[in-house]
Each structure stands twice: as structure tokens, then as C-alpha cells.
Design a protein around this ligand. Sequence first.
Ligand SMILES: [Zn+2]
Ligand SMILES: [Zn+2]
Length: 345
Amino acid sequence: MKAVVLTGPGQLEMTERPIPACGDHEVLVRVMACNLCKTDLKCLTMGQRDLVYPRVLGHEISGVIAGVGAAVTGYQEGQRVHVHPGIACGACAYCKEGDDNLCDHVRIMGFNYDGGFQEYLVVPAEGVRGQIINIIENDALSFEEISFIEPLSCCVNVQEKLKLAPDDTLLIIGAGRMGILNLRVARALGVRKVLLLESDPERAARAETLGFDAVFASGQEAEGAIRELTDGQGVDAVIPCCAAADAMNLALRVLKKQGRFGHFSGIIPDGATQPEINTIHYKEQIMTGAYGCSIAHSRRAKALLENGSLIVKDLITERIPLEELRHGLERVRQLETLSTIVVFD
Ligand SMILES: [Zn+2]
Ligand SMILES: [Zn+2]
């Protein structure tokens, strides 16, 4: 089978490997689609905290069960599945609370185990035991759509932490893939007013057609318009979906007193921007982080997709074969497509 292996920073190699054997406590999955993510790009270019080389990247995985270990129950060959990437210990305090994405011992498909940029992958025994394989019940969903469950789950995580209510006004900063997926999750949760700040004209124009209530082209425009829209109060919640350091200060400025800030994207320091954290003090704003997603988040995201509360079909803008992975990651870097998905036939 074909597999793309990352052997070190910047070094992606197309290799031919035997299809992995499926141990008694394991499940073999034939990968059908794997969505490309900025984190894959980060792993390729600069490594990542949780990454262990050599590694097959890819953590937004959909496929078909191709083998079930003799000791495994509850799964059958041929079932269409989403593979949740995080394999938690199940025993620590975080796991017991259902916050398994924060598990002290979490191991991740595509970081600690080989992920989805190969034709077959083995879900290790700990993953099978931890029930990271989600069986898809809606046959109408394509594998490309199913591959959105992981990034959607990350949006569910931040939005649940923000306790969004239908009457809230939410500002999203950045109309890349995660900004748009946050819009879709917010709508599915019933949030009626969702605003966008996107300074890139092409991405802003694309976002206009996707259902935001207003799109602002600059921080200044956003500040003025939000003041008017909210009687000078500010928005109820903000989710920056970009790594720009100055977006954080703008977010704090347009957020109302006691407003909620979802720290969803890691920020790349620009050396000049100082975070205006005293705003949090004066306005009693509430800040929450959100990193990845728990198994519960992925089940909720799966349900939203399966019951039609949200759609992602229109966000599938590029399908590539495995051989073009490097080129696909370059497209992700350039932000040229809304989504790029490796598909297998
Ligand atoms: Zn991802
Ligand atoms: Zn744990």
C-alpha cells in the first residue's frame, strides 16, 4: 500500500509498505478520505509538540473497516467510520470528567500513531478500547463530508465552552476553513447573529456567500459597525480563527462587558503586539481556551452532520490523490482553497 511518511522537518516521502496486520485487539481501517489541516502543515514545516518521527500525518480521517481483531466486539468489516484521533488513558481525572482531549497521557493518530495519509491504518488496542471509532449511521454522507467531523468537533468544543445562546451576537475573525466551520456550528446551535472580520478581499468575498450576517473588511470597520449594531455594548462572544497577534486585542475591544472570548487558534507572536489583557480586568471578560476535541465533542459533531443540522458539502473545494499531498499542503499554506482533501479510490 502507499503511505506518505514524514521522516523529519520538511521531509515527506512517498513509500510502499505492506498493509499492516490487524492484531487480536485492533481494527484495520481502509482510509477513504483525509482532510488537510493547518496542523499538518505545522508538523511538516516546524514539527509539533506531540509529534514523533517517522510518522504518517493526517488526523481528520474517514474510512471503511477492513479487518476486525479476533478479540474485538462491536465492529464489523464494511462499516463506514470516522476515526477520532485522540487516544486517552481513560483513568486520569480529565478522562473521568469527559475532558479526554486534556488527558495527561493522550496519544494521537497522526502524531504518536500513524494517521490517514496512507491507504490503511491500524487503530491500536487502546483506541479500540477507548471507542475512537465512530460508526456513521447516515449512508448519504460522503467520505469527504465525514472527514470534516474532527475539525467540526474542535468548533463544538470552543462553542460549548462559550455557552452560546440563540440571542448572542458572535464575531468570528478569519474566514479560513475553521472560521467557516465555526459559522456552521454556531448556526446549528441556533445562534442567530454571526459576524465576520476578514481582511483578505478574496476570502471576504467568498465568505459573503456562506451566510454571515455581516462581513467587515478591517478592524476599524468592524469596531465602528459593531458599536452601532450593539448600542455601543459590543458582541457577546468572539472566536478568533487566525494566528494574528493583533486580532486578540481587537477581539477584546469589540467584546462587551462580561463577554466571552474563545481562544481557539494558537497565536503567532509578531514581536510588536502587546496583549491588552487589562481589558479583561476592566470589562470582566471571560476567556476560555479550547484545544482539539474530546470523544464527546466528536459524537456531537457527528450527530449535527448526520441529522442535517449543518452541511459541509459546499465546503469541499479540492480533492487530491495521496501523491499530491505536498502540493496540497502548499495550497493550505497559501489559503487558496476552503478545503483540500486527500481521497483514495
Ligand atoms: Zn486538524
Ligand atoms: Zn487520561
